[in-house]
Design a protein around this ligand. Sequence first.
Ligand code: UD1
Length: 425
Amino acid sequence: MKDRILVRGGKSLSGSVWVQGAKNSALPVLAACALNGGVSVIENCPGLSDTEAMLDILRYIGCRVTVKANTVTVDSSKLKRWDVPRELMHRLRSSIIILGALLARTGKAEVSGPGGCELGARPIDLHLSGLSSLGVDVRYSDGTIEAVRNGTRGGEVVLALPSVGATENLMLYGTCCREGVTVVNAAREPEICDLGAYLSAAGYAVEGVGSAVVRVARGRGTKRHVVHRIIPDRIVSATWLCAVASAGGEAELINTPADYLASVSGVLSRAGCRIAGTEKGIYVCRKGRLRAPGEVIRTGPFPCFPTDAQPLVSSVLATAAGTTVVEENMFENRFSHLTELCRMGADVKLRGKYAVINGVDCLDGRTVTSHDLRGGAALVVAGLSARGETAVLDMGYIDRGYENIVETLRSLGADVERTEDRAIN
Ligand code: UD1
């Protein structure tokens, strides 16, 4: 969708917000619903364009899907296909996780490479070489992946990088393996733990999620009826923290685990925000001007600073007193929002994987363009503190990850609206 968000900056925020379910949990969990040949009820599933795309993939392969508010029911008993057309695969990055699910369930898969935000090369070599090393015949040519299972023994895969997606694919594949699949140097993100929780509930044997060695195996008996609740979205939580840090004011985030956000709230606290855990979630308050937090912000795999929160926090620090250095270690194209921020008056120098942000007093509202999901949200965050009106074009990216960014910000008192895109004037 080409709609734009208009933000009239300068209003401080106050109130409380409910944090939606995690996109990066819901998508692999939905792919996993293809495994058990039964009914999975997934609660707290965020209503996003990416979720819709994953549900279309499930429908295509023969699952019955019903959606009632934030509860999605997937019946995979009549799953009949092992191929997914390119146009469905290209709608999102997490489509690639269907590969492990199809291989485990049907023994074969024919899919294309995934789509998703253009954050750089985003290869899938670790997914494919991991499956290959477990004896799966994998052919990848002309953008099409054909994979066929050879037995169901399983084994150990040592990942060169703790890739979230590769860990998820290998975990799903492990569900058909007698001896299981052990992933060494596995990703430790909370979303991996959530996928593990779903798989456990479905009767598979899961060990070590949240640590660097994860093992998933067939287990004692697959359950045909599974109910699972998706964890809160820590990046959406980070977005609301940054919104308050940018606009000023205070808010309570309900339904958000403070420990998952420690690296982000640490930086914001050192920049001058007051952040504290509450009974229901997290409280954040920003009064007065922020200052550079005095450390290099280095993105990395969990529990390091999340790359998805980097654009949001850089937007906040664009007006903090002093200089902040950001080191982006995960994706090479994750600074595109900073070029747009410079058009709003930010002082940022880009040098390879480093961004040097010299805080200016105030940003100016301009027409800027989202180039990816979190970069787009970061521009909205910047607009909250900017003088005048900021128009953020290409909302389609933001819709991938936020259920209702405009309504949420409005409920906190921001002057924000969504309009149909028209020619830039
Ligand atoms: C997931 C998240 C994304 C987040 C990222 C890192 C989802 C849907 N997306 O993406 O929001 O920014 O984790 O926390 O969950 N790599 C390879 N070869 C591979 C796979 C990855 O070289 O086969 C590299 C990537 O280029 C990147 C790094 O490993 O530099 C991490 O990627 P990965 O953890 O796989 O990210 P995604 O699963 O794509």
